[in-house]
Ligand binder design. Structure first.
Ligand SMILES: Nc1ncnc2c1ncn2[C@@H]1O[C@H](COP(=O)(O)OP(=O)(O)OP(=O)(O)O)[C@@H](O)[C@H]1O
Ligand SMILES: [Mg+2]
Length: 312
C-alpha cells in the first residue's frame, strides 16, 4: 500500500532523511518511532505530498507521490504535528468546510460528518468554537478532518501528543479500531505507544532506519526476554545451574535486601518452568518470578544511542 525507496531529504546541508526504504501493507498499523529531530515528520510530509524529496521514490496505493500528488492526496488522511484547524470556526462549520474541500457530495455530507463526530467523540462540542476547545479536543477535531473522507491511508504525526492519559487511551482505541480497514502510519517518540497500538515498528534515528520489526515485545528484542526472580537464599550453585540451562543467555545477580536474579533467556514457557524447577530443587526459597517489561525500551535506547549494527 505504501512503498518508500531510497528516500532522502536535505534541508540545505542538513540531511533530515537519509536513504530510507520501507513498505507498509494494506491494513497494517505501522509505528514510526524516533526521538526529536529523527526525521519522522519530514518523511510524513513527503508521503503526503506536502514537500518534495531530494531523491528517492515513494508511492501510496500505487500512485507516485511526485507524479500523481492529486491521486495520493485523495486517498490519504493526514494529521500533521499541528492540526490544520481554524480557531474562529465552530467544530460543525469546520467539518463542513473540510467535507467541501474533500469534495464529498452534499447528499453524503451529513452522514459522513455525523460518522466522524461519533468516531472522534465530538458530539458534546459540535457547536463550540474550536478556539475555545481544550488541546485534546482540538486534536480530536484534527483526527476527524483526517478521517472524514474515509481514506484508505492515514498518516498521523504524533496524534497523542499533549493529551491526558484518558484521552491517550481513547485515541489509541480509535486508531486500533481502524486496523484492517485502513493502512496507518503513526509517529511517536513514546515507546509504550507503539507497543500498545501498532503491528510493526520502524525505528528511525538521525534520518536512518535503525530497525524494523513486528511488534511483539519479545520479537522486538531479538527473541530475548528478561525475567526477574526473587529468592530467599541465592547461592553460586543456583546461579551456575541457571547459567547452564539451555536457552539462558545471561544471568545477573543483584542484591536488594533480598536476592534478585535477572535472567535473559529465549522467549519460551518451557524455560520459565525450568527456572522455577531449579530454584525449588536448589532449595532457594523462591518468592517471586516476574517478566521485566523494560526489554523493548532497553533495546530502543541501545539502538538510538549509537550502536548501529543491530540486525534483527
Ligand atoms: N523546514 C526545515 N528547515 C530546515 N531543517 C529542518 C526543517 N524541518 C526539519 N528540519 C530538520 O530536519 C531534521 C528532522 O526533522 P523532523 O521534523 O522530520 O524530525 P521529527 O522526527 O519529526 O522530530 P520531532 O519528534 O521533534 O517532531 C531535524 O534536524 C530538523 O531540525
Ligand atoms: Mg515531528
Amino acid at each position: 500500500m505504501i512503498e518508500v525507496k531510497a528516500l532522502t531529504k536535505k534541508y540545505g546541508d542538513r540531511l533530515a532523511v537519509d536513504n530510507i526504504s520501507f513498505t507498509v501493507n494494506r491494513g497494517e498499523i505501522l509505528g514510526f518511532l524516533g526521538q526529536n529531530g529523527a526525521g519522522k515528520s519530514t518523511t510524513m510530509k513527503i508521503l503526503t505530498c506536502f514537500m518534495p524529496a531530494t531523491s528517492g521514490t515513494a508511492s501510496v496505493a500505487g500512485f507516485d507521490v511526485f507524479e500523481s500528488p492529486y491521486e495520493v492526496k485523495k486517498r490519504i488522511g493526514y494529521l500533521p504535528e499541528t492540526p490544520p484547524i481554524y480557531l474562529e470556526l465552530l467544530v460543525s462549520e469546520y467539518l463542513d468546510f473540510v467535507a467541501n474541500l474533500r469534495k464529498i457530495p452534499s447528499s453524503q455530507k451529513r452522514k459522513k460528518i455525523d460518522a466522524v463526530v461519533e468516531r472522534c467523540q465530538l458530539g458534546d462540542v459540535r457547536n463550540r468554537l474550536i478556539g475555545n476547545l481544550s488541546k485534546g479536543y482540538r486534536q480530536r477535531v484534527g483526527l476527524a478532518q483526517a478521517l472524514i473522507h474515509d481514506p484508505e491511508v492515514l498518516i498521523l504525526d504524533e496524534p497523542t501528543v499533549g493529551l491526558d492519559p484518558k484521552q491517550v487511551s481513547e485515541a489509541r482505541g480509535l486508531i486500533k479500531s481502524l486496523r484492517s480497514e485502513r493502512t496507518v502510519i503513526y509517529s511517536t517518540h513514546i515507546l509504550s505507544e507503539v507497543a500498545a497500538t501498532c503491528d510493526r515498528i520502524i525505528i528511525i534515528d538521525q534520518g536512518k532506519i535503525v530497525a524494523q520489526e513486528a511488534i511483539n515485545l519479545m520479537g522486538a528484542t531479538g527473541g530475548t526476554t528478561k525475567t526477574e526472580i526473587v529468592v530467599q537464599r541465592s547461592s553460586d550453585e543456583l546461579t551456575q545451574a541457571l547459567r547452564s540451562l539451555k536457552g539462558v543467555r545471561n544471568v545477573q545477580c543483584l542484591s536488594n535486601g533480598r536476592d534478585r536474579i535477572v535472567l535473559e533467556t529465549e522467549a519460551s514457557e518451557e524455560i520459565m518452568a525450568e527456572i522455577a524447577r531449579i530454584a525449588v530443587a536448589k532449595n532457594a526459597g523462591l518468592i517471586r518470578m516476574s517478566p521485566v517489561h523494560l526489554a523493548l525500551e532497553d533495546y530502543y535506547l541501545n539502538l538510538i544511542s549509537g550502536k548501529r549494527e543491530v540486525s534483527i
